[in-house]
Design a protein around this ligand. Structure first.
Ligand code: ADP
Length: 563
């Protein structure tokens, strides 16, 4: 029954789809949350790196501005003072600040004094110098000619009123700044200039690479993920392969700060989250599956039990039916046996009036011959009375022998006694038993079956007569006593009494000789069953003055109470 049906396979498939969907969703959410977090942190880091770079460079800007105010420089620019002394001042300043070179340039671009013996930069036409000559602070960045080194330049004008007399130029070595500051950073940070060339970077392989030219530095592909740009790269071991790309413009130095943040940890987190959700869902699914399996098994069990129960009920019903049938047959058998016992009496009972009829008829004949018509008429009246009596006896027996079909009705117990006495009269006579019976003036109605009650009484009387077989005094007393709810039918005899009163209602209990027609031991047990079926009670005990007393107790009916 618990086979792996297609329905369950489909349910399992659907469940797995749901698990995959939910786990994927959880992974996506985790990844996008981690990316957002990474972006926020990366943006802050990039800001910090930019600030640091700008701050570093600003120091040299101050140097340029301060040196432009230095009296030695001002004098030299005006054409006074010695160049060597000014060069000494510039050398000291360069040594103290870490600048590559500090020089003083004249209005025509000539170097008047410098911290280094040979000047490394021709100045005329350079943007920072030209800007200083116009009275403003100039900046520029370039590769130092003849070397692989990069320099950032500040040019501060020496002013006399509005007019520039010359400019102090400070050259900063970018590599020194990179090395001193952020070579060890976990994330790649680089600064791209207006020409899209990476000028500053904390990864040496990125330095001076173009961001736009073919062969330059850039992503193989870019994926947008929930508003974040994720680059796929293949740029050596120090650049992540999947990286979040962030940008920050730095107009103050004319560059753009960029950073690449490794997304691998975010990806790991997302996978972990997805796996956790999947594991939880699978565990939950397993529990659910187990519970439904248990319920299914339980339901099957209950079904089996219910089926077994209903089968049992059917069998019990069948058995009850059979038992009822057997009981009915037994009752009928008991009755027939009682009839058998009475058969001798019946023939006697019918023979007596028959003999009387014969003699009355013969006498009537004689009286008619003699012309005594009135006496003959009296004889004929006697004959018809006797014939009626015989008819009544026969109808009593017929009714008794018939199987009673009606279940229960209101029965006059007085009439029952009368009918039974009529049927048993012959036995009373044959066994010389005297009867004490006062017919009550009113009928006493009880719940029961007429013939079955007759059967009970026939049995009690024939037991009493049997018991008194060896007694000198043979008397049966029958009485009906009625109170508010109940009627009591009492049969007392003058026999030897009951041997074992507790056994008399057991089936097959008998003290009578086996083989004798009346020794079956079923009479009282059948009577007991009949009285019980009327909701009544039958008891047998010994009378203190000798003999046995049987009492049948039955419920009186409403009809009788109303009467
Ligand atoms: P059976 O008459 O075939 O023996 P019963 O069930 O009618 O079967 O009676 C069972 C036994 O009860 C009798 O054998 C007898 O021992 C005892 N019994 C019944 N009625 C009387 C009675 N009036 N006096 C003494 N014993 C009785």
């Amino acid at each position: 029954m618990i086979g792996f049906s297609t329905y369950r396979a489909a349910a399992l498939g659907l469940f797995l789809l749901v698990v995959i969907g939910l786990a994927g969703g959880a992974g996506w959410l985790a990844y996008s949350a981690a990316l957002s977090q990474l972006a926020a942190r990366g943006q802050a880091d990039l800001s910090l790196a930019s600030d640091r770079l700008v701050g570093q460079l600003q120091r040299f800007r101050q140097v340029a501005v301060l040196m432009a105010d230095h009296p030695q420089m001002v004098n030299l620019a005006k054409g006074q003072g010695a160049a060597t002394q000014a060069s000494d001042v510039l050398l000291t300043a360069a040594d103290k600040t870490g600048a590559v070179e500090i020089l003083l340039a004249s209005t025509n671009g000539m170097v008047l004094a410098s911290s280094t013996p040979q000047t490394i930069t021709p100045l005329k036409g350079h943007p920072h110098y030209e800007r200083a000559m116009r009275g403003a602070l100039g900046t520029a960045h370039a590769r130092i000619s003849g070397t692989n080194r990069r320099a950032f330049y500040f040019a501060a004008p020496i002013l006399e009123g509005e007019k520039a007399l010359g400019a102090v130029v400070v050259a900063v070595d970018m590599e020194a700044i990179e090395e001193s500051d952020w070579r060890g950073d976990p994330h790649a940070v680089f600064f791209t200039d207006a020409d899209n060339v990476i000028f500053v970077a904390n990864r040496s392989e990125l330095v001076l690479r173009s961001r736009t030219q073919t062969g330059g530095f850039g992503p193989d592909s870019v994926r947008m993920f929930n508003g974040h740009k994720v680059w796929s790269l293949n740029s050596g071991p120090y650049i992540p392969q999947q990286a979040l790309h962030l940008v920050q413009p730095l107009p103050i130095i004319g560059m753009t700060g960029e950073t690449l943040l490794d997304t691998a940890p975010a990806q790991r987190l997302a996978w972990l989250q997805a796996a956790t959700v999947a594991a939880l869902l699978l565990a939950f699914g397993a529990i659910l599956f187990w519970v439904t399996e248990r319920r299914r098994a339980l339901a099957t069990q209950l079904q089996i039990e219910a089926k077994a129960k209903s089968e049992l009920e059917t069998r019990v019903n069948e058995r009850t039916q059979e038992l009822r049938q057997a009981q009915a047959e037994l009752v009928q058998a008991g009755k027939l046996s009682a009839l058998g016992q009475m058969s001798a009496g019946i023939s006697h009972e019918l023979n007596q009036p028959l003999m009387a009829i014969r003699s009355f008829a013969e006498n009537a004949e004689t009286f008619l011959e003699r012309g005594k018509i009135d006496v003959a008429g009296k004889n004929l009246a006697r004959i018809s009375e006797l014939a009626r009596r015989m008819g009544r006896i026969i109808s009593n027996f017929r009714a008794f022998a018939k199987q009673e079909s009606e279940p229960m009705s209101d029965v006059d117990i007085v009439a029952v006694v009368e009918a039974v006495l009529e049927m048993s009269e012959a036995r009373f006579l044959a066994d010389k038993v005297t009867l004490t019976w006062q017919t009550p003036t009113a009928p006493v109605f009880v719940r029961g079956g007429e013939v079955r009650l007759q059967q009970v009484l026939v049995n009690l009387i024939s037991n009493a007569i049997d018991a008194m077989e060896g007694s000198s005094e043979r008397c049966i007393e029958i009485a009906i006593k009625a109170d508010r709810d109940k009627a009591h039918l009492r049969v007392r005899d003058t026999g030897p009494g009951i041997e074992s009163p507790e056994k008399i209602f057991d089936p097959y209990y008998t003290t009578k000789a086996v083989g004798k027609a009346d020794g079956l031991g079923l009479g009282l047990s059948i009577s007991y069953g009949l009285v019980q079926s009327f909701g009544g009670d039958i008891r047998g005990r010994n009378h203190p003055e000798g003999g046995a007393v049987f009492t049948v107790e039955l419920a009186r009916t409403v009809m009788e109470k109303a009467a």
